[in-house]
Design a protein around this ligand. Structure first.
Ligand SMILES: CC(C)(COP(=O)(O)OP(=O)(O)OC[C@H]1O[C@@H](n2cnc3c(N)ncnc32)[C@H](O)[C@@H]1OP(=O)(O)O)[C@@H](O)C(=O)NCCC(=O)NCCS
Length: 154
């Protein structure tokens, strides 16, 4: 499958993101949550992966804050997992952050989320901290991960 990566644009894309959330999370964001985020396009970015006939297979929502991006949500629809799409989307998100002047990246992830932890570690994220009992339903610690840009060669 050949994927393209675009910024969310319009009501159909938002429907696609809501459908990904519905398929992936127990407590998805509501449409109103997204509309609030999208009202601030200088801070909130949502990147989508799509293909012919597939409106939204995966997405990542992040904030740009000065020189860092904070990844708030990242998900691949179950039927498209384990095919490298998550890794490709993450590379695209990190490149977009760099293009925006925000080469540093951070996120929180459930301690038990092995698939996501491996994905992030392969992309160069490292654990730098922990927030105890950060997540509800079920109650669980969050690991705080950071990825620093490669130092430029001398
Ligand atoms: C985590 C998630 C985004 C991975 O997406 P994906 O498209 O399946 O990931 P990829 O196929 O690109 O895999 C990249 C790497 O992640 C790791 N990985 C992905 N799924 C895995 C799994 N089920 N078990 C163990 N490792 C896994 C592997 O290291 C993999 O590399 P490999 O294929 O060389 O072994 C996806 O499982 C998902 O959407 N999960 C539910 C939502 C979620 O947990 N989001 C993260 C919130 S912080």
């Amino acid at each position: 499958m050949t994927w393209t990566f675009d910024r969310l644009s319009g009501a159909d894309d938002l429907e696609g993101v809501l459908a990904v959330d519905e398929a992936c999370f127990n407590h998805p964001w509501s449409r109103a949550d997204y509309e609030r985020e999208l009202a601030d396009p200088g801070r909130c970015f949502i990147l989508l992966a799509r293909a012919p006939g597939v409106r939204v297979a995966a997405y990542c929502s992040f904030w740009r804050i000065v020189d860092e991006i904070h990844i708030n949500s990242f998900a691949v629809r179950p039927e498209w997992r384990r095919q490298g799409l998550g890794a490709a989307l993450l590379r695209h998100v990190l490149a977009e952050g760099t293009r925006l002047g925000a080469p540093r990246a951070t996120l929180e992830v459930r301690r038990s989320n092995e698939a996501a932890l491996r994905l992030y570690e392969q992309a160069g994220f490292r654990q730098t901290g922990l927030r105890r009992q950060y997540y509800a339903n079920p109650l669980e610690d969050a690991l705080i991960l950071w990825r620093e840009p490669e130092p430029s060669p001398p």
